[in-house]
Design a protein around this ligand. Structure first.
Ligand SMILES: O=C(O)CCC(=O)C(=O)O
Ligand SMILES: [Fe+2]
Length: 351
Protein backbone atom coordinates (compact mmCIF):
# COMPACT_ATOMS: atom_id res chain seq x y z
CA UNK A 1 0.00 0.00 0.00
CA UNK A 2 2.79 2.39 0.95
CA UNK A 3 4.49 1.93 -2.39
CA UNK A 4 1.37 2.67 -4.38
CA UNK A 5 0.82 5.82 -2.37
CA UNK A 6 4.39 6.74 -3.30
CA UNK A 7 3.48 6.50 -6.95
CA UNK A 8 0.63 8.94 -6.33
CA UNK A 9 2.54 11.25 -4.01
CA UNK A 10 4.05 13.25 -6.90
CA UNK A 11 0.60 14.38 -7.96
CA UNK A 12 -1.41 15.58 -4.96
CA UNK A 13 -5.03 16.39 -5.74
CA UNK A 14 -6.70 19.68 -4.70
CA UNK A 15 -9.12 19.34 -1.78
CA UNK A 16 -12.20 20.56 -3.69
CA UNK A 17 -11.63 17.77 -6.20
CA UNK A 18 -11.65 15.20 -3.40
CA UNK A 19 -14.49 16.06 -1.00
CA UNK A 20 -17.79 15.19 -2.68
CA UNK A 21 -20.94 17.22 -2.69
CA UNK A 22 -23.40 16.34 0.07
CA UNK A 23 -25.66 14.67 -2.49
CA UNK A 24 -28.39 14.05 0.10
CA UNK A 25 -29.26 17.76 0.10
CA UNK A 26 -29.21 18.41 -3.66
CA UNK A 27 -32.46 19.05 -5.54
CA UNK A 28 -31.04 19.91 -8.96
CA UNK A 29 -27.80 19.34 -10.83
CA UNK A 30 -25.48 22.25 -10.03
CA UNK A 31 -23.35 23.89 -12.73
CA UNK A 32 -20.24 22.21 -11.28
CA UNK A 33 -21.72 18.79 -12.17
CA UNK A 34 -23.48 19.70 -15.45
CA UNK A 35 -21.83 17.85 -18.32
CA UNK A 36 -22.78 18.39 -21.95
CA UNK A 37 -26.11 16.58 -22.39
CA UNK A 38 -25.34 12.87 -22.32
CA UNK A 39 -28.35 11.48 -24.14
CA UNK A 40 -31.97 12.17 -25.05
CA UNK A 41 -35.02 9.95 -25.50
CA UNK A 42 -33.93 8.95 -28.99
CA UNK A 43 -30.57 7.77 -27.64
CA UNK A 44 -32.34 5.86 -24.92
CA UNK A 45 -34.47 4.01 -27.47
CA UNK A 46 -31.34 3.31 -29.51
CA UNK A 47 -29.62 1.96 -26.41
CA UNK A 48 -32.43 -0.50 -25.85
CA UNK A 49 -32.15 -1.63 -29.46
CA UNK A 50 -28.38 -2.04 -29.17
CA UNK A 51 -28.83 -4.07 -26.00
CA UNK A 52 -30.99 -6.50 -27.99
CA UNK A 53 -28.49 -7.00 -30.79
CA UNK A 54 -25.20 -6.88 -28.97
CA UNK A 55 -24.26 -7.34 -25.37
CA UNK A 56 -21.17 -8.54 -23.58
CA UNK A 57 -21.04 -12.32 -23.14
CA UNK A 58 -21.94 -14.11 -19.92
CA UNK A 59 -19.37 -16.87 -19.36
CA UNK A 60 -19.85 -19.85 -17.08
CA UNK A 61 -16.46 -20.55 -15.46
CA UNK A 62 -17.43 -24.21 -15.15
CA UNK A 63 -18.21 -24.53 -18.86
CA UNK A 64 -15.61 -26.74 -20.61
CA UNK A 65 -15.35 -24.02 -23.30
CA UNK A 66 -14.70 -21.25 -20.75
CA UNK A 67 -11.15 -20.64 -21.97
CA UNK A 68 -12.15 -20.12 -25.61
CA UNK A 69 -15.10 -18.00 -24.53
CA UNK A 70 -12.85 -15.80 -22.41
CA UNK A 71 -10.41 -15.35 -25.29
CA UNK A 72 -13.19 -14.40 -27.73
CA UNK A 73 -14.82 -12.01 -25.25
CA UNK A 74 -11.52 -10.31 -24.46
CA UNK A 75 -10.58 -9.86 -28.12
CA UNK A 76 -14.04 -8.56 -29.02
CA UNK A 77 -15.00 -6.53 -25.96
CA UNK A 78 -12.19 -6.46 -23.41
CA UNK A 79 -15.03 -7.33 -21.05
CA UNK A 80 -17.38 -10.15 -20.05
CA UNK A 81 -19.59 -11.26 -17.16
CA UNK A 82 -18.86 -14.45 -15.21
CA UNK A 83 -21.13 -16.85 -13.42
CA UNK A 84 -20.10 -19.84 -11.28
CA UNK A 85 -17.24 -17.66 -10.10
CA UNK A 86 -17.17 -19.13 -6.60
CA UNK A 87 -17.96 -15.89 -4.72
CA UNK A 88 -20.86 -16.63 -2.35
CA UNK A 89 -23.88 -14.55 -3.28
CA UNK A 90 -24.60 -13.76 0.35
CA UNK A 91 -21.13 -12.16 0.60
CA UNK A 92 -22.18 -9.85 -2.25
CA UNK A 93 -25.36 -9.03 -0.30
CA UNK A 94 -23.33 -8.31 2.82
CA UNK A 95 -21.03 -6.03 0.82
CA UNK A 96 -24.08 -4.09 -0.34
CA UNK A 97 -25.33 -3.76 3.25
CA UNK A 98 -21.95 -2.51 4.50
CA UNK A 99 -21.47 -0.12 1.58
CA UNK A 100 -24.96 1.27 2.17
CA UNK A 101 -24.14 1.72 5.83
CA UNK A 102 -21.05 3.71 4.86
CA UNK A 103 -22.51 5.91 2.12
CA UNK A 104 -25.69 6.62 4.05
CA UNK A 105 -23.79 8.05 7.01
CA UNK A 106 -24.25 11.79 7.58
CA UNK A 107 -21.90 13.80 5.37
CA UNK A 108 -19.93 15.17 8.35
CA UNK A 109 -19.13 11.59 9.41
CA UNK A 110 -17.92 10.55 5.96
CA UNK A 111 -15.64 13.57 5.88
CA UNK A 112 -13.68 12.05 8.78
CA UNK A 113 -12.22 9.48 6.39
CA UNK A 114 -11.70 11.68 3.38
CA UNK A 115 -8.74 10.77 1.16
CA UNK A 116 -5.69 12.90 1.73
CA UNK A 117 -4.36 14.75 -1.34
CA UNK A 118 -1.43 12.45 -2.02
CA UNK A 119 -3.15 9.19 -1.08
CA UNK A 120 -5.35 6.71 -2.85
CA UNK A 121 -7.24 5.35 0.17
CA UNK A 122 -10.38 6.74 1.82
CA UNK A 123 -13.54 8.62 0.89
CA UNK A 124 -13.90 11.04 -2.02
CA UNK A 125 -14.61 11.78 -5.65
CA UNK A 126 -13.05 9.39 -8.20
CA UNK A 127 -9.30 9.83 -8.45
CA UNK A 128 -9.61 10.74 -12.16
CA UNK A 129 -11.58 13.91 -11.24
CA UNK A 130 -8.72 16.41 -11.88
CA UNK A 131 -8.65 15.39 -15.56
CA UNK A 132 -12.16 16.69 -16.24
CA UNK A 133 -13.63 20.18 -16.12
CA UNK A 134 -16.85 18.95 -14.50
CA UNK A 135 -17.37 16.95 -11.34
CA UNK A 136 -18.99 13.52 -11.29
CA UNK A 137 -22.17 12.26 -9.61
CA UNK A 138 -20.24 9.79 -7.57
CA UNK A 139 -18.81 9.27 -4.13
CA UNK A 140 -16.36 6.47 -3.46
CA UNK A 141 -14.31 4.73 -0.83
CA UNK A 142 -10.99 3.08 -1.65
CA UNK A 143 -9.39 0.27 0.31
CA UNK A 144 -5.86 -1.10 -0.06
CA UNK A 145 -4.80 -4.00 2.13
CA UNK A 146 -6.13 -3.37 5.63
CA UNK A 147 -6.47 0.44 5.27
CA UNK A 148 -10.19 0.08 5.95
CA UNK A 149 -9.56 -0.76 9.62
CA UNK A 150 -8.30 2.70 10.67
CA UNK A 151 -11.18 4.27 8.71
CA UNK A 152 -13.85 1.96 10.13
CA UNK A 153 -12.67 2.74 13.69
CA UNK A 154 -13.13 6.47 12.97
CA UNK A 155 -16.60 5.92 11.53
CA UNK A 156 -17.94 3.40 14.03
CA UNK A 157 -15.68 3.46 17.14
CA UNK A 158 -17.76 0.82 18.90
CA UNK A 159 -18.88 -1.37 16.04
CA UNK A 160 -16.34 -1.36 13.31
CA UNK A 161 -15.96 -5.17 13.30
CA UNK A 162 -18.94 -5.87 11.03
CA UNK A 163 -17.64 -3.66 8.23
CA UNK A 164 -14.06 -4.90 8.66
CA UNK A 165 -14.99 -8.59 8.60
CA UNK A 166 -16.88 -8.24 5.33
CA UNK A 167 -14.16 -6.15 3.63
CA UNK A 168 -11.50 -8.65 4.65
CA UNK A 169 -13.47 -11.64 3.46
CA UNK A 170 -14.34 -9.95 0.18
CA UNK A 171 -10.73 -9.06 -0.59
CA UNK A 172 -9.54 -12.58 0.21
CA UNK A 173 -12.16 -14.11 -2.08
CA UNK A 174 -11.48 -11.58 -4.82
CA UNK A 175 -7.77 -12.31 -4.71
CA UNK A 176 -8.45 -16.04 -5.13
CA UNK A 177 -10.77 -15.39 -8.04
CA UNK A 178 -8.23 -12.94 -9.48
CA UNK A 179 -5.50 -15.60 -9.35
CA UNK A 180 -7.78 -18.05 -11.10
CA UNK A 181 -8.74 -15.55 -13.82
CA UNK A 182 -5.09 -14.57 -14.28
CA UNK A 183 -4.25 -18.21 -14.98
CA UNK A 184 -7.07 -18.39 -17.52
CA UNK A 185 -6.00 -15.17 -19.26
CA UNK A 186 -2.42 -16.45 -19.58
CA UNK A 187 -3.60 -19.80 -20.88
CA UNK A 188 -5.93 -18.19 -23.37
CA UNK A 189 -3.02 -16.09 -24.69
CA UNK A 190 -0.69 -19.10 -24.69
CA UNK A 191 1.67 -17.36 -22.29
CA UNK A 192 3.60 -19.88 -20.15
CA UNK A 193 2.90 -19.22 -16.47
CA UNK A 194 6.65 -19.45 -15.83
CA UNK A 195 7.23 -16.17 -17.72
CA UNK A 196 4.88 -14.26 -15.42
CA UNK A 197 5.68 -15.06 -11.83
CA UNK A 198 5.18 -13.18 -8.61
CA UNK A 199 4.62 -13.76 -4.93
CA UNK A 200 0.95 -13.69 -4.04
CA UNK A 201 1.64 -11.43 -1.05
CA UNK A 202 3.27 -8.77 -3.28
CA UNK A 203 0.30 -8.40 -5.63
CA UNK A 204 -0.92 -4.86 -6.01
CA UNK A 205 -4.65 -4.83 -5.49
CA UNK A 206 -7.27 -2.29 -4.47
CA UNK A 207 -10.98 -2.37 -3.74
CA UNK A 208 -13.02 0.65 -4.68
CA UNK A 209 -16.63 1.08 -3.56
CA UNK A 210 -18.66 3.39 -5.80
CA UNK A 211 -21.96 4.99 -4.90
CA UNK A 212 -23.99 6.87 -7.48
CA UNK A 213 -26.80 8.69 -5.70
CA UNK A 214 -30.14 9.04 -7.50
CA UNK A 215 -29.89 12.18 -9.60
CA UNK A 216 -32.61 14.78 -10.37
CA UNK A 217 -31.52 14.91 -14.05
CA UNK A 218 -29.36 11.97 -15.14
CA UNK A 219 -29.10 13.22 -18.73
CA UNK A 220 -27.11 16.19 -17.48
CA UNK A 221 -24.42 14.56 -15.46
CA UNK A 222 -21.87 11.76 -15.45
CA UNK A 223 -21.50 9.02 -12.84
CA UNK A 224 -17.99 8.06 -13.82
CA UNK A 225 -16.25 9.57 -16.84
CA UNK A 226 -14.88 7.35 -19.63
CA UNK A 227 -11.63 5.66 -18.65
CA UNK A 228 -9.67 2.45 -18.81
CA UNK A 229 -8.54 0.69 -15.64
CA UNK A 230 -4.81 0.79 -14.97
CA UNK A 231 -3.97 -2.70 -13.71
CA UNK A 232 -4.28 -6.15 -15.28
CA UNK A 233 -8.03 -6.53 -14.94
CA UNK A 234 -10.94 -5.53 -12.75
CA UNK A 235 -13.62 -7.69 -11.16
CA UNK A 236 -16.75 -5.61 -10.68
CA UNK A 237 -19.90 -6.29 -8.76
CA UNK A 238 -22.78 -3.97 -9.59
CA UNK A 239 -25.87 -3.85 -7.40
CA UNK A 240 -28.68 -5.65 -9.12
CA UNK A 241 -31.28 -2.93 -8.92
CA UNK A 242 -29.95 -0.40 -11.43
CA UNK A 243 -28.00 -0.27 -14.70
CA UNK A 244 -25.27 2.26 -15.27
CA UNK A 245 -22.11 0.64 -16.58
CA UNK A 246 -21.43 1.13 -20.29
CA UNK A 247 -18.56 -0.08 -22.47
CA UNK A 248 -17.38 1.64 -25.64
CA UNK A 249 -17.30 -0.52 -28.74
CA UNK A 250 -16.28 0.34 -32.27
CA UNK A 251 -19.49 0.44 -34.27
CA UNK A 252 -22.36 0.53 -31.79
CA UNK A 253 -20.67 3.08 -29.49
CA UNK A 254 -21.68 2.98 -25.80
CA UNK A 255 -23.24 -0.38 -24.93
CA UNK A 256 -24.94 -0.94 -21.56
CA UNK A 257 -23.67 -3.74 -19.35
CA UNK A 258 -26.78 -4.53 -17.37
CA UNK A 259 -26.56 -6.47 -14.10
CA UNK A 260 -27.00 -10.21 -14.70
CA UNK A 261 -28.22 -12.12 -11.65
CA UNK A 262 -25.28 -13.42 -9.63
CA UNK A 263 -22.70 -12.45 -12.26
CA UNK A 264 -19.54 -10.39 -11.86
CA UNK A 265 -18.19 -8.17 -14.62
CA UNK A 266 -14.55 -8.67 -15.59
CA UNK A 267 -12.74 -6.11 -17.73
CA UNK A 268 -9.28 -6.00 -19.23
CA UNK A 269 -7.08 -3.18 -17.94
CA UNK A 270 -4.05 -1.42 -19.40
CA UNK A 271 -1.38 -3.83 -18.11
CA UNK A 272 -3.08 -6.90 -19.58
CA UNK A 273 -3.52 -4.96 -22.81
CA UNK A 274 0.27 -4.40 -22.83
CA UNK A 275 1.14 -7.99 -21.89
CA UNK A 276 -1.24 -9.33 -24.56
CA UNK A 277 0.58 -7.07 -27.04
CA UNK A 278 -2.70 -5.31 -27.79
CA UNK A 279 -4.55 -8.53 -28.63
CA UNK A 280 -6.94 -7.73 -25.77
CA UNK A 281 -8.27 -4.15 -25.78
CA UNK A 282 -8.26 -2.28 -22.48
CA UNK A 283 -12.02 -1.70 -22.13
CA UNK A 284 -13.06 1.96 -22.25
CA UNK A 285 -16.01 2.23 -19.90
CA UNK A 286 -18.07 4.77 -17.98
CA UNK A 287 -21.04 4.85 -15.62
CA UNK A 288 -24.24 6.84 -16.07
CA UNK A 289 -26.74 7.56 -13.30
CA UNK A 290 -30.49 7.33 -12.92
CA UNK A 291 -33.16 9.39 -11.21
CA UNK A 292 -34.82 6.64 -9.19
CA UNK A 293 -32.31 4.95 -6.96
CA UNK A 294 -28.80 4.95 -5.69
CA UNK A 295 -26.54 2.51 -7.53
CA UNK A 296 -23.56 0.75 -5.95
CA UNK A 297 -20.61 -0.95 -7.60
CA UNK A 298 -17.49 -2.56 -6.15
CA UNK A 299 -14.39 -2.64 -8.31
CA UNK A 300 -11.53 -4.96 -7.36
CA UNK A 301 -8.38 -4.02 -9.25
CA UNK A 302 -5.91 -6.87 -9.72
CA UNK A 303 -2.32 -5.89 -10.49
CA UNK A 304 1.19 -7.36 -10.39
CA UNK A 305 3.72 -6.28 -7.76
CA UNK A 306 4.82 -2.67 -8.35
CA UNK A 307 8.38 -3.74 -9.16
CA UNK A 308 7.26 -6.25 -11.76
CA UNK A 309 8.59 -5.61 -15.26
CA UNK A 310 5.68 -5.59 -17.70
CA UNK A 311 6.58 -6.68 -21.23
CA UNK A 312 4.47 -7.50 -24.24
CA UNK A 313 4.40 -11.23 -25.01
CA UNK A 314 5.29 -11.64 -28.67
CA UNK A 315 5.68 -15.36 -29.18
CA UNK A 316 2.50 -16.05 -31.16
CA UNK A 317 1.71 -16.62 -34.84
CA UNK A 318 1.48 -13.45 -36.89
CA UNK A 319 3.17 -11.24 -34.29
CA UNK A 320 5.00 -8.33 -35.86
CA UNK A 321 6.99 -7.41 -32.79
CA UNK A 322 6.21 -5.67 -29.50
CA UNK A 323 3.70 -2.80 -29.63
CA UNK A 324 4.83 -1.37 -26.28
CA UNK A 325 8.05 -0.64 -24.47
CA UNK A 326 8.67 -2.76 -21.43
CA UNK A 327 8.42 -0.97 -18.08
CA UNK A 328 7.86 -1.47 -14.36
CA UNK A 329 4.32 -1.42 -12.98
CA UNK A 330 5.12 1.59 -10.79
CA UNK A 331 6.45 3.50 -13.82
CA UNK A 332 3.22 2.88 -15.66
CA UNK A 333 1.11 3.86 -12.61
CA UNK A 334 3.02 7.11 -12.43
CA UNK A 335 2.53 7.85 -16.16
CA UNK A 336 -1.17 7.02 -15.86
CA UNK A 337 -1.63 9.30 -12.86
CA UNK A 338 -0.14 12.19 -14.86
CA UNK A 339 -1.61 11.60 -18.32
CA UNK A 340 -4.66 9.34 -17.84
CA UNK A 341 -6.01 8.32 -21.25
CA UNK A 342 -2.80 9.28 -23.05
CA UNK A 343 -0.75 6.86 -20.95
CA UNK A 344 -1.05 3.87 -23.27
CA UNK A 345 -0.03 5.88 -26.31
CA UNK A 346 2.98 7.20 -24.39
CA UNK A 347 4.32 3.69 -23.84
CA UNK A 348 3.56 2.56 -27.40
CA UNK A 349 6.59 1.70 -29.48
CA UNK A 350 7.02 4.00 -32.45
CA UNK A 351 7.41 2.16 -35.77
O1 LIG B 1 -19.68 1.65 -11.47
C1 LIG B 1 -19.32 1.01 -12.45
O2 LIG B 1 -20.06 0.26 -13.05
C2 LIG B 1 -17.91 1.18 -12.97
C3 LIG B 1 -16.86 1.42 -11.92
C4 LIG B 1 -15.51 1.58 -12.50
O3 LIG B 1 -15.32 1.56 -13.69
C5 LIG B 1 -14.34 1.80 -11.63
O4 LIG B 1 -14.51 1.95 -10.40
O5 LIG B 1 -13.20 1.84 -12.17
FE1 LIG C 1 -13.22 1.36 -14.20
Amino acid sequence: MGILSEAYRDDPVKQDLIVPLDFSTIKEVPESHAWPKLYDDEDKALDQLKACISSIPVIDLEDPNALDNIYDACVTWGMFQVINHGIPLDLLDQMELEANKLFNLPFEQKKKVVRSPEEAIGYGYPRITPFFSKLMWNEGFTIMGNSYVQHAIKLWPNHFQGFCGVMEEYQTRMKDLGNKLMGLFLKSLNIPESTIKWEDRDLCTALHLNSYPACPDPTQTMGLAPHTDTFLFTILHQSGNASGLQVLKDGPGWVSVDPYPGALVVNVGDLLHIISNARFPSAVHRAVVNNEKQRLSFAYFYGPPLDFQVSPFTDYPGCEGPCFTSLKVKEYVSIKSKYLDLALSLVKKSD
